[in-house]
Write a protein that binds this ligand. Sequence first.
Ligand code: PAF
Length: 281
Amino acid sequence: MQVCREISDLRTRVAQMRAEGETVGLVPTMGFLHDGHMELVRRARAECDRCVVTIFVNPTQFGDPADLATYPRNEARDLAMLEQAGVDLVFIPDASQIYPPGDETIVETTRLANTLHGKVRPGHYRGVTTVVARLFNIVGADRAYFGEKDYQQLQVIKRMVRDLHMPVAIVGVQTVRERDGLAMSSRNVRLSAEDRKAATVLSKSLDLAQSLASKGADIAEIGNSLRATINAEPRATLRAVDIVQSETLAPVSGALSGPVAILLSAEFGGILLIDQREIIP
Ligand code: PAF
């Protein structure tokens, strides 16, 4: 496994892969890897000749400097996991590589980035699209892999790629969960034992939503059940329950006639967690 820290080095190595006619799969990450990331790597390796992983804790997607400062990092452990998983190339730039001095270009999906979770975290998805566009330009991958857990992020990135005619296929990968249903996240390690247990209420409420949908419940009933279940957990502070059309993230109402996406966010001991599920009637 090769590790690059300079854009020029990365480009030389990717150019060699291309010269040999190989396809390149990209998995962008912020490090502190868990099995959710490794599932993205497994998919990239299965579908592409070469797998490139980027590790970059992107400052522009953090609103709160304290959140950025305390974001968990462990480069040595990440590299060991990636080596074990058979990754070909890891790119670990510093911020001045990605955001060169005098930098002033941003990329933003104007509506999708500023709805739903984007209202709770203003500027977050603008930071995501700005860094992901730069990583796409730097790496030049054929396919790029993102978890469905941040469902809004996935839709925002798909929209950006369509709008800017970027020559990369975006692949969404199903959320990987702990045995008790908690969606895997680098933030989970920051939860206290009690909050970690309480946080399973998110996946439980989504399971309940699917079973209500199967019994013919409408959107209002499903929304009320999600709110009541999460609010019944004393350690949870519910931030948002959104039931939306999958691609546009537009709100839906009335009877459930086809698949819709549920997006949840809640805080546990000050740690914001998100979860999502597509439900079908
Ligand atoms: O999902 C993430 O880890 C980040 O938002 C991403 C896509 C790597 C951009 O920094």
